[in-house]
Write a protein that binds this ligand. Structure first.
Ligand code: GN1
Ligand code: MG
Length: 366
């Protein structure tokens, strides 16, 4: 513990943070990077907190690329902050970099800690509507951002076709001998393959446009005002890349419109809540309707379904190949996550027409 504090203090020094680090704690929300909240006492006696993150070098092969994207995107967004919203601020080292590479080759960064509240599971429809608004706004604010200047931080991140090809290759190879135990889940993914890759095919044939998207729109990536519940800012910009609006919409639905958590082991609790779906859709579409094509509006529900199957395959792939990608809290955690996503995908399929109708009617009213 002491050595972690020492390490964090060293990072703070490199980023020229004023004062002395006197406390820290680990934030457990993310599945990839390691995140700390740190408290500093400034030399004038006041207290400030910051977020320090170590970027996961297994997942992000070139963290400097991420940080260059973040430099550009945060600057762009800072110029568009409206009343009631706040900007994300990344600190810089003496030589002007927004990251620091330590002696082990790990990449570190520091950003402002924003007084706020986040939600993992949320039943408040107003909050869900606000989250939709925040992600929609985010998308629109980046609509004039030069997509070509963005490095692709994870190639084919939401290429469901390639994800599934890789999944079935790993099933064939069975490197950890875990395949026999998950045959029913593999069969379910196989049976959903056709519908899951449809959106990728539409993208490949140019029927839906690439936009600058967030690509990791879990609702806990929106910070809300503690009292008013208004969205303050969208965080976690590691995967801002050219992508599909339907994936941003869909990933948010996958996470926030589930009646249970993403890793709920009791599958009887897992389903798609159409009220939550509607609330998020109202927020998202209110911001984006003017920009979206008919085809995009018509494939929002497909975005939710395909990304849920994609996530199921990513979790199960990680389980089959030895849990190297996502952080896990217990043995079999990735399998539990995969089962939960499959149950949700099945329920989404049952409610598919209703999802489509909800989105279409909101878009036509907007
Ligand atoms: C990862 O670390 P976190 O929680 O922001 C993952 C997302 C998944 C998510 C599932 C770079 O995001 O794609 O949807 O876990 N991020 C990356 O919880 O792979
Ligand atoms: Mg993330």
């Amino acid at each position: 513990m002491k050595s972690v504090q020492k390490k964090l203090a060293k990072i703070g020094e490199v980023f020229r943070i004023n004062g002395k680090l006197y406390a820290f704690n680990v934030l457990a929300n993310g599945n990839i990077n390691t995140t700390y909240s740190v408290k500093y006492r400034r030399f004038d006696g006041s207290v400030r907190s910051y977020i320090i993150q170590r970027i996961n070098g297994y997942v992000f092969k070139d963290p400097a690329d991420i940080m260059s994207n973040i430099e550009g995107v945060t600057k762009h967004l800072a110029g568009k902050v409206t009343a009631g919203r706040v900007a994300l601020k990344f600190y810089h080292t003496e030589d002007g970099k927004n990251y620091y590479v330590d002696e082990d080759g790990s990449y570190w960064r520091i950003m402002n800690d924003i007084d706020s509240v986040t939600f993992n599971v949320c039943s408040d429809l107003n909050i869900l509507r606000s989250a939709g608004k925040a992600f929609g706004e985010f998308q629109m604010q980046l609509s004039d951002y030069d997509a070509a200047s963005l490095a692709v931080t994870i190639p084919d991140f939401h290429n469901t076709k390639k994800r599934l090809d890789k999944f079935f290759e790993d099933v064939e190879a069975d490197p950890c001998g875990r395949v026999a135990e998950v045959m029913p889940e593999i069969d379910t993914i196989r049976s959903m393959r056709r519908i899951a890759v449809k959106l990728t095919e539409l993208q490949e044939s140019g029927k839906v446009p690439l936009r600058v998207t967030h690509n990791d729109t879990k609702i806990n990536n929106v910070l809300f005002h503690k009292k008013t519940g208004e969205p303050l800012v969208v965080i976690d910009l590691d995967t801002v890349m050219p992508g599909l609006a339907m994936h941003d919409f869909g990933d948010a639905i996958r996470f926030a419109a589930n009646t249970a958590a993403e890793d709920e082991p009791d599958l009887t609790k897992v389903s798609l809540d159409l009220d939550k779906f509607r609330a998020f859709s109202e927020g998202f579409i209110s911001q984006t309707a003017g920009a979206l094509t008919e085809m995009e509006i018509g494939t929002m529900a497909l975005g939710a379904l395909s990304i849920t199957i994609e996530l199921a395959s990513r979790f199960l792939d990680d389980y089959i190949t030895g849990d190297k990608y996502f952080k896990t809290n217990y043995d079999g955690h990735n399998l539990v996550r995969a089962r939960c996503q499959l149950k949700l995908a099945e329920d989404m399929w049952d409610k598919y027409e209703q999802m489509e109708q909800i989105v279409t009617s909101i878009a036509h009213k907007a």
